[in-house]
Structures are given as structure tokens and as C-alpha cells.
Design a protein around this ligand. Structure first.
Ligand SMILES: *Cc1c(COP(=O)(O)O)cnc(C)c1O
Length: 379
């Protein structure tokens, strides 16, 4: 009999985000092993894709090996071409930028809104108005001469970006939206699950995400044709046949193995209870930090519902030094991490085009993630 995991004081460290396998995980994984269906074909892949589509409300989900691969293919399916520019926040995990590079395109960094931690639509509109012109239904960067074909809003730590406002801007400038929903499974914008707002979206099931398949990701879309292309491209572009090896274009070996999907099916069954526990944890943190000076607990924006993937505090830099706080928390076994180093500061991306990134610059020294495992909400 499995018991619900809780944090025991004798344990040295409270991890940032710990996966939990207390449902049907062992049963389904064992079923894969015993049946021999462990690899890229099997009933759990189909079931996982169906259940994921149902949960998120998209028409189709295509399971892949990780979130980065999902993003890579999503960009391709959104029409990103070699040498295009793709606008992404500088404040995101490195995978967002890497996927753009894999598609031989150029990341172009945009600033975030301090309130949402996601792309700032107002600032984006001003910037695009200044630096672009529309030519033959395409948005061209006047400074570089390159086409800006897509933008990748990312729902930071599970908090949905203000999509309606963003969409107005991108429609006006003929820029396709590819949502990086890697962190936002279980997050909603005005009642609609994230990942439904662009042509195509990507989610991740890495070990530290809200639910995990070990490693894994999925491409989400409301367009059957896009979904069929996604499946084809991620399955080495093999034309279905009982024995012939015909591949009609360059494809990728990105399919999620059945054994990972088995884990995913079981984890998805647990997701509603994880989400509930994570909200409980957020309520507790909110109360705790409400009486502390120079620290604000980050709450979901009013228009949406966050999955509270990574619980977040924002320090007032006039009161607290970020590194001192990190030092103290980690020394006491409370695993805590700063927000990512902004991507425009990383060596591979230093020469990429960027707008004024003042909000990003401020947030990088004040945002900290604190322990976020669902079971902490029950303590
Ligand atoms: C986790 C994550 C990814 C990539 O997912 P992997 O499954 O680790 O490849 C992409 N973007 C963001 C914002 C993420 O947090």
C-alpha cells in the first residue's frame, strides 16, 4: 500500500519540484514491459494523446520526446523559414531560443510585463511600429531586412500571458503565434486552456514539470492538418506501409516511446489533484509573505488561472539582496532558484536583435522560485 508522500523534517532538503508517482504509474509501465510494447508504437501513446487533447481542449495532441522537440516542430509548422526572425521573451528557459536556432531562424528578444512575467503587448506594438513594415502580407524588420514570421509567448511559471492583447498586435503585424506552454499545463486564460491560442503550441513533461513522463513533450493544435504533419515529421516522415521504408521528406525521430506515455497516462490522472494542492500551497505562501517586508508572493493575473507550477516571490531589491536570500534559503535546505539568466546575456545569443529590455533587467535580480511540489500544499 502506497502512502501519500509528505515532507518529513528528518529529510535534509525540500526540493524545488519533486515528481510524485502514487497512482497507476507502476501498473502501466509494468504493462509496457510485460507486453513488450516499450518503444515508439503502442496503446499508451494513443491514449496519452487523446487524454491530453481532452484535458487541454485542443483538437489534437502529438506526443514527442521532449518539450524542445515539440517547440522545434511547432515553429516549423507555423511557417518559420530559414533566416526568419522569431520574437521570444529574453526571460525564458533556453529551450525557447534553441528551438528557433534549430529551425535556422534568428531569435529576436522582446521584453516582458512585470505584472504577468510574459510578453508585454503594449511595448511590443510600439516596437513593431518603429522597426517593421508590412510587405506582401509579411512583417519585415527594416533594420535587418528579415521577415518576422512568428512570436513565442511563454506562460512563465504557469501564469498565462495576456493573450487577447497580444493577439491584436500579432494579427495586425501578420505574425504567427506559437505558444510555449511548456510550463502551463493546467493553466487557463479566461477559462480556456493555454495552448489553444496560436496555430500550434508546445508542452513539456520533463521531470521538473507539473506532470512528467521522464522526458517528454507534446505538440498541441486545433488544426487536423497541422496535427497530421506533426505526426509525420516526428515519425521520420515515413509513409505508412506494411513493409516499405519510404520517407517523403527529412523527418525527425521525435516520437514519444510507449513506456514514457504509460507514465504520462497515469500522471494525467493525478493532474487535477496536483493542481488543487498547488493552489493550496499558493494560498499558504500568500498568507505567509503578506506580513513580510520587501517580499511579494507572485499571484496569478486576474484574467486567468495559473497552475502555480513554480511558486514565485519577488524581492524588493532595496530591501533584500537576491544572492543573500538564495544563500540563506539553500543553506537551510529550502531549495530555491533565481529566475533564468536573461537569454540575451548568454554567449550564444549575445548578437541577436533585441528591444529595450528594462523590465527583464529588473526582474532578473528580484525573482526567486521556492519549493513547489504539490504535496507541500497538504502540510
Ligand atoms: C521545460 C521548458 C521547455 C523545454 O522542455 P524540455 O522537455 O525540457 O525539452 C521549453 N520552454 C520552457 C519555457 C520550459 O520551461
Amino acid at each position: 500500500m502506497e502512502t501519500i508522500k509528505t515532507w518529513a523534517p528528518e529529510q535534509d532538503i525540500i526540493p524545488l519540484h519533486e515528481p510524485l508517482f502514487i497512482g497507476n504509474e507502476k501498473k502501466y509501465v509494468l504493462d509496457c514491459i510485460e507486453s513488450g510494447w516499450v518503444s515508439s508504437v503502442g496503446k499508451y501513446v494513443d491514449e496519452f494523446e487523446r487524454n491530453l487533447a481532452e484535458f487541454t481542449g485542443v483538437k489534437r495532441a502529438v506526443a514527442v520526446v521532449n518539450g524542445t522537440a515539440a517547440l522545434h516542430i511547432a515553429l516549423k509548422l507555423a511557417g518559420v523559414k530559414t533566416d526568419d526572425e522569431v520574437m521570444i521573451p529574453s526571460l525564458t528557459f533556453v529551450a525557447t531560443a534553441n528551438a528557433v536556432i534549430y529551425e535556422n531562424a534568428n531569435p529576436h528578444f522582446v521584453d516582458v510585463d512585470q505584472r504577468t512575467l510574459g510578453i508585454d503587448p503594449k511595448k511590443l506594438r510600439e516596437y513593431l511600429t518603429n522597426i517593421t513594415q508590412i510587405k506582401d502580407g509579411k512583417c519585415v524588420n527594416k533594420r535587418t531586412g528579415r521577415v518576422i514570421s512568428a512570436i513565442v509567448p511563454m506562460h512563465t511559471f504557469g501564469h498565462p500571458v495576456s493573450i487577447d492583447e497580444l493577439k491584436k498586435v500579432t494579427d495586425e503585424f501578420y505574425i504567427a503565434i506559437v505558444e510555449d506552454a511548456a510550463e502551463s499545463l493546467g493553466s487557463y486564460y479566461k477559462g480556456i486552456h493555454t495552448g489553444n491560442f496560436g496555430k500550434v503550441a508546445a508542452v513539456s513533461f520533463n521531470g521538473n514539470k507539473t506532470i512528467t513522463t521522464g522526458g517528454g513533450g507534446a505538440i498541441l493544435t486545433n488544426d487536423d492538418e497541422v496535427a497530421n504533419r506533426a505526426k509525420h515529421l516526428t515519425t521520420t516522415a515515413k509513409v505508412p506501409h506494411r513493409w516499405e521504408y519510404t520517407h517523403d521528406e527529412i523527418g525527425y525521430n521525435y516520437r514519444m516511446p510507449n513506456i514514457n506515455a504509460a507514465l504520462g497516462v497515469a500522471q494525467l490522472e493525478q493532474l487535477p489533484s496536483y493542481l488543487k494542492q498547488k493552489r493550496q500551497l499558493a494560498e499558504k505562501y500568500k498568507l505567509l509573505f503578506s506580513c513580510m517586508d520587501g517580499v511579494k508572493f507572485y499571484e496569478e493575473p486576474e484574467y486567468g488561472q495559473s497552475n502555480y507550477w513554480l511558486q514565485t516571490i519577488i524581492l524588493d531589491p532595496n530591501v533584500h539582496d537576491r544572492n543573500q536570500v538564495l544563500e540563506l534559503l539553500n543553506k537551510h535546505g529550502i531549495m530555491s532558484r533565481p529566475i533564468w539568466m536573461p537569454l540575451h546575456e548568454l554567449i550564444p545569443f549575445q548578437s541577436c536583435p533585441q528591444m529595450n529590455l528594462s523590465a527583464t533587467e529588473q526582474l532578473k535580480n528580484s525573482v526567486i522560485n521556492i519549493p513547489s511540489s504539490p504535496y507541500l500544499g497538504e502540510l
